[in-house]
Design a protein around this ligand. Sequence first.
Ligand SMILES: *Cc1c(COP(=O)(O)O)cnc(C)c1O
Length: 446
Amino acid sequence: MKLEELEQKNSLIRKMACGQEITWINPELTDSKKAMKGISVTPEEVADAEARLKRFAPFIKMCFEETEETDGLIESPLREIPAMKEAMNRQGNCGIEGRMMLKMDSHLAVAGSVKARGGIYEILKYAESLALSQGMIKKSDDYTRFASPQMKQFFSQYSIHVGSTGNLGLSIGIISAALGFQVNVHMSADAREWKKALLRSKGVRVIEYSGDYGRAVKEGRALAEKDPRGYFVDDENSKNLFLGYAVAAGRLKKQLEEQQIPVDPEHPLMVYIPCGVGGAPGGITYGLKLEYGDNVYVFFVEPTQACCMVLGMMTGLHDEICVQDIGLSGKTEADGLAVGRPSKFVGRTISRMLAGEFTIEDRKLYQYMKLLMDTEGIFIEPSACAAFEGPARLHTDGETRDFLRKNGLETRETSTTHIVWATGGSLVPEEVRNQYYERTDKNELS
Ligand SMILES: *Cc1c(COP(=O)(O)O)cnc(C)c1O
Protein backbone atom coordinates (compact mmCIF):
# COMPACT_ATOMS: atom_id res chain seq x y z
CA MET A 1 0.00 0.00 0.00
CA LYS A 2 1.25 3.47 -0.85
CA LEU A 3 1.92 6.06 1.80
CA GLU A 4 -0.85 8.29 0.42
CA GLU A 5 -3.39 5.50 0.74
CA LEU A 6 -2.24 4.76 4.26
CA GLU A 7 -2.53 8.40 5.18
CA GLN A 8 -6.16 8.24 4.20
CA LYS A 9 -6.66 5.46 6.71
CA ASN A 10 -5.32 7.64 9.45
CA SER A 11 -4.03 11.19 9.33
CA LEU A 12 -1.51 10.42 12.08
CA ILE A 13 0.51 8.33 9.63
CA ARG A 14 2.00 11.42 8.03
CA LYS A 15 3.38 12.55 11.38
CA MET A 16 4.62 9.05 12.16
CA ALA A 17 6.36 8.80 8.80
CA CYS A 18 8.23 12.02 9.65
CA GLY A 19 9.43 10.48 12.89
CA GLN A 20 7.26 12.75 15.03
CA GLU A 21 5.62 11.75 18.27
CA ILE A 22 1.95 10.89 18.14
CA THR A 23 -0.86 10.19 20.56
CA TRP A 24 -3.40 7.65 19.34
CA ILE A 25 -6.69 6.99 21.07
CA ASN A 26 -8.11 3.62 20.07
CA PRO A 27 -11.53 4.22 18.49
CA GLU A 28 -12.35 0.51 18.91
CA LEU A 29 -12.05 0.46 22.70
CA THR A 30 -15.24 -1.00 24.06
CA ASP A 31 -16.60 -2.51 27.26
CA SER A 32 -14.47 -5.41 28.37
CA LYS A 33 -17.15 -8.10 28.02
CA LYS A 34 -17.67 -7.27 24.36
CA ALA A 35 -13.93 -6.85 23.82
CA MET A 36 -13.34 -10.45 24.96
CA LYS A 37 -15.75 -11.97 22.45
CA GLY A 38 -14.24 -13.94 19.60
CA ILE A 39 -10.63 -13.82 20.79
CA SER A 40 -8.35 -16.85 20.82
CA VAL A 41 -7.31 -16.86 24.49
CA THR A 42 -9.43 -17.77 27.51
CA PRO A 43 -9.39 -17.05 31.24
CA GLU A 44 -8.98 -20.81 31.81
CA GLU A 45 -5.69 -20.74 29.92
CA VAL A 46 -4.40 -17.93 32.16
CA ALA A 47 -5.45 -19.93 35.24
CA ASP A 48 -3.70 -22.98 33.79
CA ALA A 49 -0.53 -20.92 33.31
CA GLU A 50 -0.69 -19.69 36.89
CA ALA A 51 -1.14 -23.27 38.15
CA ARG A 52 1.81 -24.48 36.08
CA LEU A 53 4.05 -21.75 37.52
CA LYS A 54 2.97 -22.88 41.01
CA ARG A 55 3.90 -26.50 40.22
CA PHE A 56 7.34 -25.34 39.10
CA ALA A 57 7.89 -22.98 42.05
CA PRO A 58 9.85 -25.55 44.12
CA PHE A 59 12.17 -26.13 41.14
CA ILE A 60 12.65 -22.39 40.59
CA LYS A 61 13.37 -21.89 44.28
CA MET A 62 15.95 -24.64 44.19
CA CYS A 63 17.77 -23.32 41.08
CA PHE A 64 17.55 -19.59 41.71
CA GLU A 65 18.19 -18.66 45.31
CA GLU A 66 17.02 -15.08 44.78
CA THR A 67 13.47 -16.52 44.66
CA GLU A 68 13.80 -17.93 48.18
CA GLU A 69 11.75 -15.11 49.67
CA THR A 70 8.84 -15.54 47.27
CA ASP A 71 8.93 -19.32 47.53
CA GLY A 72 9.89 -19.79 43.92
CA LEU A 73 7.44 -17.34 42.40
CA ILE A 74 9.08 -14.87 40.04
CA GLU A 75 7.35 -11.63 40.99
CA SER A 76 8.36 -7.98 41.25
CA PRO A 77 7.66 -5.18 43.73
CA LEU A 78 5.01 -2.52 43.21
CA ARG A 79 6.31 0.73 44.63
CA GLU A 80 4.91 4.22 44.91
CA ILE A 81 7.22 6.85 43.36
CA PRO A 82 6.00 10.22 44.70
CA ALA A 83 9.30 12.04 44.21
CA MET A 84 9.38 11.10 40.52
CA LYS A 85 5.78 12.26 40.12
CA GLU A 86 6.59 15.54 41.77
CA ALA A 87 9.68 16.05 39.61
CA MET A 88 7.74 15.31 36.43
CA ASN A 89 5.09 17.81 37.43
CA ARG A 90 7.65 20.43 38.38
CA GLN A 91 9.99 20.07 35.41
CA GLY A 92 7.65 18.93 32.70
CA ASN A 93 4.35 20.48 33.82
CA CYS A 94 2.82 17.04 33.48
CA GLY A 95 -0.07 17.73 35.86
CA ILE A 96 -0.16 14.18 37.20
CA GLU A 97 -2.63 13.77 40.05
CA GLY A 98 -3.44 10.70 42.09
CA ARG A 99 -0.87 8.06 42.89
CA MET A 100 2.01 7.15 40.62
CA MET A 101 3.50 3.70 41.06
CA LEU A 102 6.27 1.68 39.47
CA LYS A 103 5.73 -2.00 38.66
CA MET A 104 9.31 -3.14 38.93
CA ASP A 105 9.66 -5.96 36.42
CA SER A 106 13.04 -4.32 35.97
CA HIS A 107 13.88 -6.23 39.14
CA LEU A 108 12.24 -9.57 38.38
CA ALA A 109 14.34 -12.46 39.61
CA VAL A 110 16.29 -14.68 37.22
CA ALA A 111 16.20 -12.52 34.07
CA GLY A 112 15.83 -8.88 35.21
CA SER A 113 13.07 -8.01 32.77
CA VAL A 114 9.43 -8.59 31.92
CA LYS A 115 10.65 -11.49 29.75
CA ALA A 116 11.12 -13.48 32.96
CA ARG A 117 7.34 -13.88 32.84
CA GLY A 118 6.61 -15.08 29.31
CA GLY A 119 9.95 -16.58 28.35
CA ILE A 120 10.42 -18.68 31.45
CA TYR A 121 6.80 -19.81 31.34
CA GLU A 122 7.04 -21.04 27.76
CA ILE A 123 10.17 -23.10 28.44
CA LEU A 124 8.73 -24.59 31.63
CA LYS A 125 5.62 -25.58 29.71
CA TYR A 126 7.66 -27.22 26.98
CA ALA A 127 9.85 -29.03 29.52
CA GLU A 128 6.79 -30.28 31.37
CA SER A 129 5.12 -31.56 28.23
CA LEU A 130 8.27 -33.42 27.18
CA ALA A 131 8.72 -34.94 30.63
CA LEU A 132 5.05 -35.94 30.88
CA SER A 133 4.96 -37.49 27.42
CA GLN A 134 8.08 -39.56 28.13
CA GLY A 135 6.80 -40.67 31.53
CA MET A 136 9.61 -38.88 33.33
CA ILE A 137 7.22 -37.15 35.71
CA LYS A 138 3.59 -36.96 36.89
CA LYS A 139 1.77 -33.72 37.54
CA SER A 140 1.39 -34.67 41.20
CA ASP A 141 5.17 -35.14 41.67
CA ASP A 142 7.44 -32.75 43.48
CA TYR A 143 8.86 -30.68 40.63
CA THR A 144 12.28 -30.33 42.25
CA ARG A 145 12.79 -33.53 40.22
CA PHE A 146 13.35 -31.25 37.26
CA ALA A 147 16.70 -30.37 38.82
CA SER A 148 17.91 -33.98 38.92
CA PRO A 149 20.88 -35.16 36.78
CA GLN A 150 18.59 -37.64 34.94
CA MET A 151 16.32 -34.82 33.85
CA LYS A 152 19.22 -32.67 32.70
CA GLN A 153 20.53 -35.61 30.74
CA PHE A 154 17.09 -36.10 29.20
CA PHE A 155 16.65 -32.44 28.19
CA SER A 156 20.17 -32.25 26.78
CA GLN A 157 18.90 -34.24 23.77
CA TYR A 158 16.66 -31.31 22.86
CA SER A 159 17.49 -27.86 21.65
CA ILE A 160 15.74 -24.52 21.99
CA HIS A 161 15.94 -21.71 19.46
CA VAL A 162 14.82 -18.13 19.93
CA GLY A 163 15.25 -14.85 18.08
CA SER A 164 15.84 -11.88 20.34
CA THR A 165 16.86 -8.25 20.62
CA GLY A 166 18.36 -9.22 23.98
CA ASN A 167 16.04 -9.70 26.93
CA LEU A 168 13.99 -12.59 25.58
CA GLY A 169 17.24 -14.36 24.80
CA LEU A 170 18.42 -13.77 28.37
CA SER A 171 15.29 -15.19 29.93
CA ILE A 172 15.02 -18.20 27.59
CA GLY A 173 18.75 -18.79 27.72
CA ILE A 174 18.99 -18.77 31.50
CA ILE A 175 16.01 -21.02 32.19
CA SER A 176 16.78 -23.43 29.34
CA ALA A 177 20.37 -23.81 30.49
CA ALA A 178 19.14 -24.47 34.05
CA LEU A 179 16.94 -27.31 32.78
CA GLY A 180 19.74 -28.76 30.66
CA PHE A 181 18.54 -27.90 27.15
CA GLN A 182 20.92 -26.91 24.40
CA VAL A 183 20.10 -23.27 23.73
CA ASN A 184 20.62 -21.14 20.64
CA VAL A 185 19.82 -17.46 20.80
CA HIS A 186 19.62 -15.65 17.48
CA MET A 187 20.44 -12.02 18.14
CA SER A 188 19.64 -9.00 16.01
CA ALA A 189 22.16 -6.24 15.37
CA ASP A 190 20.42 -4.13 18.05
CA ALA A 191 21.37 -6.51 20.84
CA ARG A 192 23.75 -5.04 23.39
CA GLU A 193 27.20 -6.59 23.82
CA TRP A 194 26.83 -7.22 27.53
CA LYS A 195 23.68 -9.26 26.95
CA LYS A 196 25.51 -11.51 24.49
CA ALA A 197 28.47 -11.89 26.85
CA LEU A 198 26.23 -12.79 29.79
CA LEU A 199 24.48 -15.47 27.75
CA ARG A 200 27.72 -16.97 26.52
CA SER A 201 28.92 -17.17 30.12
CA LYS A 202 25.91 -19.44 30.83
CA GLY A 203 26.82 -21.83 28.04
CA VAL A 204 24.29 -20.45 25.58
CA ARG A 205 25.16 -20.41 21.88
CA VAL A 206 24.71 -16.86 20.63
CA ILE A 207 24.35 -16.41 16.88
CA GLU A 208 24.60 -12.85 15.63
CA TYR A 209 22.94 -11.32 12.59
CA SER A 210 23.64 -8.03 10.94
CA GLY A 211 19.92 -7.51 10.23
CA ASP A 212 17.04 -6.49 12.44
CA TYR A 213 14.82 -8.44 14.76
CA GLY A 214 12.62 -9.88 12.02
CA ARG A 215 15.69 -11.38 10.37
CA ALA A 216 16.97 -12.99 13.59
CA VAL A 217 13.56 -14.56 14.17
CA LYS A 218 13.38 -15.87 10.63
CA GLU A 219 16.81 -17.47 10.77
CA GLY A 220 16.11 -18.99 14.16
CA ARG A 221 12.83 -20.45 12.95
CA ALA A 222 14.47 -21.98 9.87
CA LEU A 223 17.24 -23.65 11.90
CA ALA A 224 14.79 -25.01 14.48
CA GLU A 225 12.65 -26.50 11.71
CA LYS A 226 15.61 -28.44 10.38
CA ASP A 227 16.28 -29.90 13.80
CA PRO A 228 13.91 -32.80 14.66
CA ARG A 229 14.51 -32.20 18.36
CA GLY A 230 14.44 -28.43 18.05
CA TYR A 231 11.84 -26.15 19.59
CA PHE A 232 11.35 -22.60 18.43
CA VAL A 233 10.06 -19.88 20.74
CA ASP A 234 8.11 -17.73 18.31
CA ASP A 235 7.94 -14.25 19.80
CA GLU A 236 5.93 -13.03 16.81
CA ASN A 237 3.17 -15.55 17.33
CA SER A 238 3.40 -17.26 20.70
CA LYS A 239 0.32 -17.81 22.77
CA ASN A 240 2.40 -19.35 25.57
CA LEU A 241 4.49 -16.21 25.97
CA PHE A 242 1.28 -14.18 26.02
CA LEU A 243 -0.21 -16.37 28.76
CA GLY A 244 2.93 -16.17 30.86
CA TYR A 245 2.71 -12.39 30.72
CA ALA A 246 -1.01 -12.40 31.46
CA VAL A 247 -0.42 -14.05 34.86
CA ALA A 248 1.11 -10.76 36.02
CA ALA A 249 -2.32 -9.18 36.40
CA GLY A 250 -3.72 -11.45 39.11
CA ARG A 251 -0.49 -11.01 41.07
CA LEU A 252 -0.68 -7.23 40.68
CA LYS A 253 -4.25 -7.32 41.98
CA LYS A 254 -3.03 -8.99 45.17
CA GLN A 255 -0.32 -6.37 45.59
CA LEU A 256 -2.79 -3.51 45.19
CA GLU A 257 -5.07 -5.15 47.75
CA GLU A 258 -2.20 -5.60 50.19
CA GLN A 259 -1.37 -1.91 49.82
CA GLN A 260 -5.07 -1.08 50.25
CA ILE A 261 -5.33 0.68 46.93
CA PRO A 262 -8.85 0.35 45.55
CA VAL A 263 -9.68 -0.11 41.88
CA ASP A 264 -13.33 0.58 41.04
CA PRO A 265 -15.33 3.13 39.02
CA GLU A 266 -14.39 5.85 41.53
CA HIS A 267 -10.75 4.76 41.59
CA PRO A 268 -9.66 4.02 38.04
CA LEU A 269 -6.39 2.35 37.19
CA MET A 270 -4.25 3.65 34.33
CA VAL A 271 -1.38 1.45 33.17
CA TYR A 272 1.46 2.39 30.78
CA ILE A 273 3.60 -0.33 29.18
CA PRO A 274 6.51 -0.17 26.69
CA CYS A 275 5.74 -2.20 23.57
CA GLY A 276 7.97 -4.09 21.15
CA VAL A 277 6.43 -6.98 19.24
CA GLY A 278 3.43 -6.77 21.58
CA GLY A 279 3.49 -10.04 23.51
CA ALA A 280 4.43 -8.67 26.92
CA PRO A 281 2.21 -5.58 26.98
CA GLY A 282 -0.58 -7.46 25.18
CA GLY A 283 -0.60 -10.35 27.62
CA ILE A 284 -0.55 -7.99 30.59
CA THR A 285 -3.41 -5.98 29.07
CA TYR A 286 -5.55 -9.07 28.61
CA GLY A 287 -4.83 -10.17 32.18
CA LEU A 288 -5.69 -6.72 33.54
CA LYS A 289 -8.97 -6.65 31.63
CA LEU A 290 -9.85 -10.04 33.11
CA GLU A 291 -9.20 -8.72 36.62
CA TYR A 292 -10.51 -5.18 36.39
CA GLY A 293 -12.76 -4.97 33.34
CA ASP A 294 -13.73 -1.41 32.53
CA ASN A 295 -11.95 0.09 35.54
CA VAL A 296 -8.53 -0.27 33.97
CA TYR A 297 -7.18 1.72 31.01
CA VAL A 298 -4.02 0.50 29.33
CA PHE A 299 -1.74 2.57 27.11
CA PHE A 300 1.32 1.33 25.22
CA VAL A 301 4.39 3.39 24.47
CA GLU A 302 6.67 2.79 21.46
CA PRO A 303 9.72 4.59 20.03
CA THR A 304 8.93 6.96 17.15
CA GLN A 305 11.16 4.93 14.80
CA ALA A 306 9.80 1.51 15.85
CA CYS A 307 6.10 2.14 16.37
CA CYS A 308 4.95 -1.12 14.77
CA MET A 309 2.05 -1.96 17.08
CA VAL A 310 0.27 1.35 16.76
CA LEU A 311 0.83 1.28 12.99
CA GLY A 312 -0.65 -2.21 12.75
CA MET A 313 -3.61 -1.37 14.97
CA MET A 314 -4.61 1.97 13.45
CA THR A 315 -4.48 0.59 9.91
CA GLY A 316 -6.03 -2.75 10.86
CA LEU A 317 -3.17 -4.36 8.92
CA HIS A 318 -1.39 -5.74 12.02
CA ASP A 319 1.55 -7.93 10.94
CA GLU A 320 0.88 -7.15 7.29
CA ILE A 321 2.59 -3.79 7.68
CA CYS A 322 5.99 -2.81 9.06
CA VAL A 323 7.53 0.53 10.02
CA GLN A 324 9.87 0.42 7.02
CA ASP A 325 6.74 0.58 4.82
CA ILE A 326 6.25 4.17 5.97
CA GLY A 327 9.91 5.02 5.67
CA LEU A 328 10.96 4.60 9.29
CA SER A 329 14.26 2.96 10.27
CA GLY A 330 13.12 0.65 13.07
CA LYS A 331 16.26 1.74 14.90
CA THR A 332 16.09 2.99 18.47
CA GLU A 333 18.15 3.26 21.66
CA ALA A 334 15.36 1.26 23.28
CA ASP A 335 16.84 -2.09 22.22
CA GLY A 336 13.97 -4.08 23.78
CA LEU A 337 11.49 -2.20 21.61
CA ALA A 338 13.47 -2.28 18.35
CA VAL A 339 10.84 -4.19 16.42
CA GLY A 340 9.62 -3.23 12.95
CA ARG A 341 6.68 -5.59 12.54
CA PRO A 342 4.13 -6.43 15.24
CA SER A 343 2.96 -9.84 16.45
CA LYS A 344 0.60 -11.82 14.24
CA PHE A 345 -2.07 -12.13 16.88
CA VAL A 346 -1.62 -9.66 19.73
CA GLY A 347 -2.98 -6.56 17.99
CA ARG A 348 -6.05 -8.49 16.86
CA THR A 349 -6.57 -9.97 20.33
CA ILE A 350 -6.48 -6.67 22.20
CA SER A 351 -7.95 -4.53 19.41
CA ARG A 352 -10.93 -3.55 21.56
CA MET A 353 -9.14 -3.56 24.95
CA LEU A 354 -6.28 -1.12 24.45
CA ALA A 355 -7.06 2.51 25.35
CA GLY A 356 -4.36 4.01 23.16
CA GLU A 357 -0.71 4.57 22.40
CA PHE A 358 1.98 7.19 22.72
CA THR A 359 5.19 7.28 20.74
CA ILE A 360 8.36 8.74 22.23
CA GLU A 361 11.60 10.19 20.92
CA ASP A 362 14.74 8.39 22.05
CA ARG A 363 16.37 11.39 23.72
CA LYS A 364 13.63 11.45 26.37
CA LEU A 365 14.39 7.90 27.48
CA TYR A 366 17.63 9.02 29.06
CA GLN A 367 15.98 12.02 30.69
CA TYR A 368 13.45 9.79 32.45
CA MET A 369 16.21 7.36 33.38
CA LYS A 370 18.21 10.07 35.06
CA LEU A 371 15.21 11.63 36.75
CA LEU A 372 14.10 8.29 38.23
CA MET A 373 17.63 7.64 39.44
CA ASP A 374 17.95 11.10 40.98
CA THR A 375 14.51 11.16 42.62
CA GLU A 376 13.91 7.56 43.65
CA GLY A 377 17.34 5.93 43.37
CA ILE A 378 15.99 3.31 40.96
CA PHE A 379 17.76 2.30 37.76
CA ILE A 380 15.77 0.97 34.80
CA GLU A 381 16.96 0.40 31.21
CA PRO A 382 16.20 2.76 28.28
CA SER A 383 13.37 0.62 26.86
CA ALA A 384 11.58 0.58 30.20
CA CYS A 385 11.80 4.37 30.53
CA ALA A 386 9.42 4.75 27.59
CA ALA A 387 6.52 4.00 29.95
CA PHE A 388 6.90 7.39 31.67
CA GLU A 389 5.75 9.09 28.52
CA GLY A 390 2.22 7.88 29.32
CA PRO A 391 1.55 9.82 32.52
CA ALA A 392 3.67 12.68 31.16
CA ARG A 393 1.32 13.24 28.24
CA LEU A 394 -2.02 12.12 29.68
CA HIS A 395 -2.98 15.57 30.91
CA THR A 396 -1.10 17.68 28.39
CA ASP A 397 -2.23 16.26 25.00
CA GLY A 398 -5.55 17.37 23.56
CA GLU A 399 -6.44 13.82 22.46
CA THR A 400 -5.98 12.33 25.89
CA ARG A 401 -7.73 15.19 27.65
CA ASP A 402 -10.75 14.52 25.44
CA PHE A 403 -10.46 10.86 26.25
CA LEU A 404 -10.41 11.55 29.98
CA ARG A 405 -13.46 13.76 29.71
CA LYS A 406 -15.46 11.32 27.57
CA ASN A 407 -14.75 8.46 29.93
CA GLY A 408 -15.63 10.42 33.06
CA LEU A 409 -12.04 10.24 34.27
CA GLU A 410 -11.40 13.95 34.51
CA THR A 411 -13.39 14.31 37.72
CA ARG A 412 -11.61 11.33 39.27
CA GLU A 413 -8.05 12.41 38.75
CA THR A 414 -7.12 12.63 42.41
CA SER A 415 -8.38 9.11 43.03
CA THR A 416 -6.66 7.58 39.97
CA THR A 417 -3.75 5.18 40.32
CA HIS A 418 -1.13 5.35 37.56
CA ILE A 419 1.13 2.35 37.09
CA VAL A 420 4.28 2.79 35.05
CA TRP A 421 5.44 -0.67 33.97
CA ALA A 422 9.24 -0.75 34.28
CA THR A 423 10.05 -3.65 31.98
CA GLY A 424 13.77 -4.17 32.52
CA GLY A 425 17.04 -3.09 34.03
CA SER A 426 18.50 -4.97 36.98
CA LEU A 427 20.98 -7.01 34.93
CA VAL A 428 22.53 -3.98 33.23
CA PRO A 429 26.20 -3.85 34.36
CA GLU A 430 27.34 -0.89 36.45
CA GLU A 431 29.67 0.39 33.74
CA VAL A 432 26.88 0.46 31.15
CA ARG A 433 24.54 2.19 33.62
CA ASN A 434 27.08 4.93 34.11
CA GLN A 435 27.41 5.40 30.37
CA TYR A 436 23.64 5.76 30.07
CA TYR A 437 23.51 8.16 32.97
CA GLU A 438 26.09 10.40 31.35
CA ARG A 439 24.15 10.50 28.08
CA THR A 440 21.68 13.18 29.08
CA ASP A 441 22.93 16.52 27.92
CA LYS A 442 20.23 18.35 29.83
CA ASN A 443 19.14 17.87 33.38
CA GLU A 444 15.58 19.00 32.83
CA LEU A 445 12.75 17.23 31.06
CA SER A 446 11.93 18.80 27.75
C1 LIG B 1 10.68 -7.14 25.29
C2 LIG B 1 10.61 -5.90 26.06
C3 LIG B 1 9.47 -5.07 26.03
C4 LIG B 1 8.28 -5.31 25.15
O1 LIG B 1 7.81 -6.62 25.05
P1 LIG B 1 7.24 -7.15 23.66
O2 LIG B 1 6.68 -8.48 23.98
O3 LIG B 1 8.38 -7.22 22.69
O4 LIG B 1 6.23 -6.17 23.21
C5 LIG B 1 9.51 -3.93 26.80
N1 LIG B 1 10.57 -3.61 27.56
C6 LIG B 1 11.66 -4.39 27.63
C7 LIG B 1 12.79 -3.97 28.52
C8 LIG B 1 11.72 -5.55 26.88
O5 LIG B 1 12.82 -6.30 26.94
